[in-house]
Design a protein around this ligand. Sequence first.
Ligand code: NDP
Ligand code: GDP
Length: 330
Amino acid sequence: MSKTALITGVTGQDGAYLSQFLLGKGYKVIGMARRSSHSENMLHRLKWLGVEKDVEIVDGNLGDLSALSRLVRTVKPDEVYNLGAQSFVGLSWDQPIQTAQDTGVGVLNVLEAVRLERPEARVYQASSSEMYGLIQQPMQTEATPFYPRSPYAVAKLFGHWMTVNYRESFGMHASSGILFNHESPLRGLEFVTRKVTDGAARIKLGLAKELRMGNMEAKRDWGHARDYVKAMWMMLQQEVADDYVIATGVTTTVREMVDLAFNHVDLDPEDFLVEDPRFMRPAEVDVLLGDPAKAKANLGWAPETTLSEMIVEMVEADLERYRSAARSSG
Ligand code: NDP
Ligand code: GDP
């Protein structure tokens, strides 16, 4: 009998890669998506990976516990992956309450729906390295204290501790993956890597003349989403639920990441970069660096893609998007 997985946030970057991965393992994949007035394009990431016809899409919203409960009751999932969230740190200062509801209370709604309707299901919660914020140790592990620096990170911290609490209070198999930044050609354009690879592609093709950026000195531990979704599944295959840091163990400045993208298309970024205070944040997370030793020891997980390989893949994908758009319009 194949297992059934329910994924919230299936229209996002990780939802697409995780769907592809679980389908490859023979799972029945049910993806929860929220209705919008322009749903035509809703499945574009699943389409890009060629799996949109294999995922069963069901309506739902993290804010509606009654709908979530009905869904869990009907679908009877073996595994629930809660990837849905308002996931952009920058926006979380403009929409702190919506962020608290979707990214924070939404987690509690999922946990409650599972507790009430299907307590034996295993739950994955998409926690974030942003919870470390103003870092308390140079390299962050599962034992490093948290110090969130944005409404997004505060909401994620609520979701993280709720997951731990439901595990300890009700014996649920609920795991929290503390994932460091992970990117891909399917990353949203508002995030810095994709903004940069898209910008480098547009400048190379003569479609733009500059790239406006915020803090170039921030450092992130960047990995590939395709590698990271495997770790989510591995966590739920363990006998005992637990929390895991998923990271590469390498940190890089935004400036160095920009160099990788522009060098790939033989351009000097200094000719095109414009510092723009609009992209500076009210409180910054200066540096993140994760230690994936526990995931390696317990799950046998290790990252497979280097930052440089990933940035090249992303720039190539963005170049191809513009070239194919030009072909179909001309
Ligand atoms: P995306 O922003 O690409 O996807 C977020 C998903 O959540 C979308 O499918 C979105 O739907 C959905 N969503 C948002 N609000 C609701 C709601 N109220 N009800 C139902 N669905 C909702 O994020 P990623 O795929 O990059 O990330 C997946 C998860 O992992 C997120 O929780 C994110 O915060 C977390 N995370 C991500 C990291 C990263 O580097 N990518 C790092 C650490 C954690 P819609 O398409 O309708 O907007
Ligand atoms: P985050 O780690 O979840 O906030 O991921 P982002 O990709 O949004 O940002 C990573 C880092 O890049 C942060 O320190 C940002 O301040 C920095 N950064 C610098 N310029 C930009 C920009 O133009 N857009 C974004 N999104 N981030 C930028």
